[in-house]
Design a protein around this ligand. Structure first.
Ligand code: FMN
Length: 323
């Protein structure tokens, strides 16, 4: 079987069919509906929201409507939620379930201090009993299949991933994504793919491997080395949705780069408003144009305009696509 065949076979998370083995990883501040749709067009087969704070669902945070928005075209779609309080997590999951997502994922891997130090995200890994309590509650009260995204443990002295996976599985999760680093590592060092292989050997449910996959060749290698069912790609997709189609970004013609950026920007303007959408697009733009932003003068212009049509003119000039 070629890498391409391997990655383009479908698989199931419970009753939810996913068309390929490569999925966009949730990334706060990046994986909103506009970016998810672009990655889907290039081959990502699951759309997951940015992580949603249970406290925000409870209090009706003003930005929640953007975090929770998804379109029908995005199915299969998963909401990811985080909290340290099992009952509040359940209440927020029940509220989110009203929007009929295909899956509900619990974040047990966020390393950010304001999340993990309060016992949410990767903070939950310190308390496997609470993990069991949370998943049991959700599985018993939701119609939607529940999944979890974990790290390997809090630090190297507490690598409890096999215990956590056993508890998750016994409590009824339908799949587990493993970012193969500890909380302490945050994003440093290499992710430990051997640990993903150990988890896959021990588990009976789909295991999605994650960490340091920068191409479809890496994705196929992770599946071959670990036996995992699918692979999530995070940072390497920012400014490079072509990672899902296997095209080398360096060989993408300027017209195509422009077309994708234009689609992305317009869709952000539609969701957030032209001004806010343009400002929020800047972090994507810095990555799309990483090879082009060499002149300080252009950088100044491109990162200061709040007008999408002016921005597109500057980008087309920069990419020299009118010549
Ligand atoms: C900017 C940023 C935001 C992230 N936000 C989330 C999040 O909301 N939920 C989550 O489960 N993981 C989040 N992650 C972690 C990624 O999903 C992924 O596990 C991690 O980046 C490792 O995969 P990669 O090597 O392919 O980037 C985030 C990562 C980054 C870089």
């Amino acid at each position: 079987m070629t890498d391409n065949d391997l990655l383009h076979t479908s698989f199931y998370i419970q009753t939810v069919a996913l068309k390929s083995r490569v999925l966009l990883a949730p990334m706060d501040g990046f994986t909103d509906s506009p970016f998810r749709l672009i990655c889907q067009a290039f081959g990502s087969s699951l759309n997951t929201s940015e992580f949603i704070n249970g406290i925000d669902v409870e209090n009706g945070h003003p930005h929640l409507k953007f975090h929770t928005f998804f379109s029908e075209a995005e199915r299969p779609f998963s909401y990811q939620i985080f909290d340290d309080d099992p009952q509040r997590l359940l209440r927020s999951a029940i509220k989110l379930e009203e929007n009929k997502p295909d899956l509900i994922d619990v974040n047990m891997g966020c390393s950010a201090k304001n999340v993990s130090n309060r016992g949410a995200g990767a903070g939950l890994l310190k308390n496997p009993q609470k993990i069991g309590q949370i998943i049991t509650l959700l599985v018993n009260h939701l119609q939607t299949p529940v999944t979890a995204k974990i790290r390997l443990g809090w630090d190297n002295d507490s690598l409890n991933f096999l215990e956590v996976v056993r508890i998750l599985q016994d409590s009824g999760v339908s799949a587990i994504t493993v970012h193969a680093r500890t909380r302490k590592q945050e994003f440093s060092g290499r992710s430990n793919w051997n640990a993903i292989a150990e988890i896959k050997q021990a588990a009976k449910i789909p295991i999605i491997g994650n960490g340091d996959v920068a191409s479809l060749a890496d994705a196929a290698m992770m599946i071959q080395q670990t036996g995992c069912d699918a692979v999530m790609i995070g940072r390497s997709a920012i400014g490079n949705p072509w990672v899902f189609s296997g095209q080398d970004k360096k060989k993408i013609p300027p017209h195509e780069l422009f077309r994708v950026m234009e689609t992305h920007l317009c869709s952000m303007c539609e969701l957030y408003s032209p001004r806010i959408g343009t400002m929020m697009f800047r972090k994507h733009m810095a990555r799309y144009l990483s090879d082009f932003l060499t002149s300080p003068d252009i950088r100044r212009k491109i990162f200061s305009t709040e007008d999408p049509s002016v921005l597109l003119k500057i980008i087309s000039f920069l990419l020299d696509i009118n010549s």
